[in-house]
Design a protein around this ligand. Sequence first.
Ligand code: NAD
Length: 321
Amino acid sequence: MIIVPESVIAGLMDRATAFNAVEAVFAAMASGDAYNFPVIREAIGHADALYGFKSGFDRKSLALGLKSGGYWPGNEEKGLTNHQSTVILFDADTGRVKALVGGNLLTALRTAAASSVSIKHLAPKDAKVLGMIGAGHQSTFQMRAAVEQRDFEKVIGWNYHPEMLSRLADLAAELGLPFEAVELDQLGAEADVIISITSAFAPSLMDAHVTGPTHIACMGTDTKGKQEVEAALVARASVFTDEVAQAISIGECQHAIADGSLQEADITELGAVINGTHPGRTSGDEITLFDGTGVGLQDLAVASAVVDLAVEKGVATEMDF
Ligand code: NAD
């Protein structure tokens, strides 16, 4: 068994590797080569924790395994990250444990890679303004990955807690882009690409806010009840997702599905666009929306890639198991 601890992942993994792994697994999902198993997520009645598993199998890459982990709200006081995850990979030919991989940084990288893949395939080619909604832990990973897909000239941002916006301003400065804090109506009118990455349970971005051609990557909603954008906006957009089953149950689409304004058949897997079986954006003034719910196969894809890198660079710890 190979062990790749959390502490070495930052030195091994890069955004391009995460992007390629996620793009490939989305393609494999859409062609029926890869599938996710049902997600388990439970409030365990101890330490206020939510704990669960995401798992799946990719017959193309032979990635088999699970990401186990969850949310421990008291961790920050202990100097630990509240979100904790670990990936276990198995040998698809024998079922033996293949690798144990730290999953915290990989989760942020694979989530940012997902919206970045959606921007590559769906955003207007001439997108110049990036709009960020959310300024939490994930937001900087999102911004870094997004700016690699288009020649953005400016970042504008809004956050429910405005005092956190300095995080976006600082990163934009590091990336050499001007940053402006704006209200949501200005963000919806000006941004060519919008990323929303919040933990909200009520919509921030409303249908009336968004005018003109835009690509919206909704990345925060990954649980029943969460919501970042108004259901009417989802219904008006051309909707894409990582996995339809998750989009309608725990993703941003759950609300438009529930009020009947969106049908399951209206939702396309992003992998279909990657594979060329769906045209993606078809008109100049279209609003495309990617509902990135976060699937187990993304975790297996990036964990497999980091194991390969660890072996290649001679930093993998091997043990008999
Ligand atoms: P965080 O706690 O660091 O930041 C939370 C963000 O949400 C902040 O910007 C905060 O101001 C904002 N917020 C809080 N309450 C709000 C409200 N009522 N209305 C609007 N905004 C509000 O969280 P994070 O680590 O940046 O994660 C953000 C979200 O992304 C979480 O919901 C998390 O579960 C989700 N997530 C999704 C995936 C995926 O694959 N889709 C992966 C990882 C995390």
